[in-house]
Design a protein around this ligand. Sequence first.
Ligand SMILES: [Zn+2]
Length: 82
Amino acid sequence: MKTPKSMMKVRCECGAEILLLPDVKEMSSAIEVHIALHLEGVLGQPCTAEEADRLRDELIIQIFRLAGESEEEKEEEEEESK
Ligand SMILES: [Zn+2]
């Protein structure tokens, strides 16, 4: 069974899941909010700026991967409607 697009999530190394949002600005602020939790030590040991950058990159890579998958689906749908 496929996961509906609206339910797609990216998972941080800490195990937290961030819901994939269609709005880029909202998505990036959701990431920043989560990264800030790491920097502030809310999730355990405060992480370094380098570690925060790495976690952010990991999340962004996952987002691009998911976005790429849904883009392919869209193209297929367009093909079918022709
Ligand atoms: Zn995290």
